[in-house]
Design a binder for this molecule. Structure first.
Ligand code: SF4
Length: 448
């Protein structure tokens, strides 16, 4: 039930109130509070953006790749910033640029650091050298050093040219990282059993394991997971699988296209979030491998029945509730699908950075979509429309919390469990119910 909030002291200082507050909750009202904004526009100067930098986008994708040296050629701050990827720490080396290096060049440091990093990790099959803002601005010849070290040690060295200033969000970093990964792939004989690669799965909250289990039930083996669970040698041998399953179009669609064109491996877009999406995806995969639909349908029916038994008591408390999602593009679609299955309505999907294709995907199930929301806009939305639940990243969760609005933050830690697959659907429904119905929100909102 959407409530009307009458006293909004903080808002009055920020901006004038919307013209027609009586229409709150309806689409025209939402549009007047937070406009539809096309994807890919520059952030407004002075606004705090959550979009991060290009280098961070590259780290987000490449960070967990094992059997690899990750070396940042730039300031030590960059390596610190890119150390935590998806809530987990990863090993990052740095050339630790000083003022002296900015003036006289730091290329000799790169050679030393690369050689030392390989000697510390003799099993590493290759290295990613991240060229960040400073080394990029002064025009370091990293290619020649990469070539020299590679030749001397017999290891591959890939340059990840990702200066933070080179685009408006981390999205370009994702693309750069996947372009680098595509250069590692080598020809291999395909498996003689049904095998797939998961592309654009980032193993948030341990989701990869759940997806692998789900696929194994219909007889599909997962070769590798980009990049939630992979190593250099598995990227190289990606051609062993006969099909790529694309989970995140926003980050990995171009990669799937490249692999299809260069290596002849087709891909299909799938999702393992929500009963409807899981069913559609498993049936598509089964069709590709000529697995009898009867067999898959029987498994699906059994799994769906088990989920229904677990969540049926929660459904009356969830039906018709209004949700808002302020997260990365991929989450908007996947979460909306799960919420729809549970009977909620998604009033707003505000992506931090997205492509139009992401919004097109979400349009049928999200009432109002926009990109790069401002903090002031979100405060107005939360205060005036009072959704029943907000999905938002951990750093920004406090804004709705302070207004007494139930929040589920992302990325979810592993103890909150995966949200993928049937197990994930049960976890998600239980958490959603307990968060929405927790008495603390009522107490908080009464104080506003
Ligand atoms: S903006 Fe530049 S200097 Fe800052 S973390 Fe990103 S790459 Fe490093």
């Amino acid at each position: 039930m959407i409530k009307v909030a009458n006293n909004l002291p903080a808002l009055s200082q920020l901006s004038p109130p919307p013209r027609d507050p009586l229409k709150r909750g309806s689409r025209p009202f939402l549009k007047s509070v937070i406009p539809v904004r096309k994807c890919g526009l520059l952030s407004e100067p002075g606004g705090m953006t959550q979009r991060s930098c290009v280098y961070f986008g590259a780290r987000y994708v490449l960070g967990p790749v094992k059997e690899a040296i990750h070396l940042v050629h730039g300031g030590v701050g960059c390596s610190y910033y890119g150390k935590m990827v998806r809530g987990r720490p990863a090993q990052v080396f740095s050339t630790d640029f000083s003022e002296y290096d900015v003036i006289f060049g730091g290329i000799s440091k790169l050679k030393t650091a690369l050689t030392q990093a390989f000697s510390l990790n003799p099993k590493a099959k290759g290295a990613f050298v991240y060229v960040t803002c400073v080394s990029s601005i002064i025009g370091e010849d990293v290619e020649s050093i990469a070539h020299e070290v590679s030749k001397k040690l017999g290891k591959e060295v890939k340059i990840v040219a990702c200066p933070g200033f080179s685009a408006i969000s981390q999205s370009k970093g994702h693309a750069i990282a996947y372009q680098v990964l595509s250069k590692i792939i080598k020809p291999y004989k395909p498996y003689d059993f049904p095998a797939v690669n998961l592309i654009g799965d980032y193993n948030v909250g341990g989701e990869t394991k759940v997806i692998k289990n789900l696929l194994s039930k219909i007889g599909i083996k997962v070769h590798t997971v980009l990049t939630g669970d992979t190593k250099w040698s598995e990227v190289e041998s990606l051609t062993k699988a006969r099909l790529n399953l694309l989970l995140c179009s926003s980050t990995a669609k171009d990669f799937c296209e490249t692999v299809k064109n260069e290596w002849g491996i087709p891909y299909i877009k799938v999702s393992f979030y929500g009963i409807t999406a899981i069913k559609e995806s498993l049936l598509k995969i089964a069709e590709f491998f000529n697995i009898p639909q009867r067999k898959v349908s029987a498994i699906l029916k059994e799994e769906e029945r088990a989920v229904y038994e677990e969540v049926k008591g929660l459904l009356p408390g969830l039906k018709g509730k209004k949700a808002m999602i302020i997260l990365g593009a991929a989450r908007i679609f996947t979460l909306s699908a799960m919420l729809k299955d549970l009977g909620l309505e998604v009033e707003l999907g505000a992506s931090i950075f997205a492509k139009e294709v992401d919004h097109e995907e979400a349009k049928p199930i999200v009432k109002h979509l926009t990109d790069n929301p401002g903090d002031d806009e979100l405060e107005r939305v939360f205060s005036l429309i009072k959704p029943d639940v907000v999905f938002i990243n951990t750093r920004h969760q406090w804004q709705p919390v302070k207004l007494g609005i139930p929040v589920i933050s992302f990325p979810q830690p592993s103890e909150r469990g995966p949200y993928a697959g049937y197990t994930g659907m049960i976890n998600f429904a239980k958490q959603l119910y307990s968060v929405i119905n927790a008495p603390v929100w009522r107490l908080l909102s009464e104080s506003f």
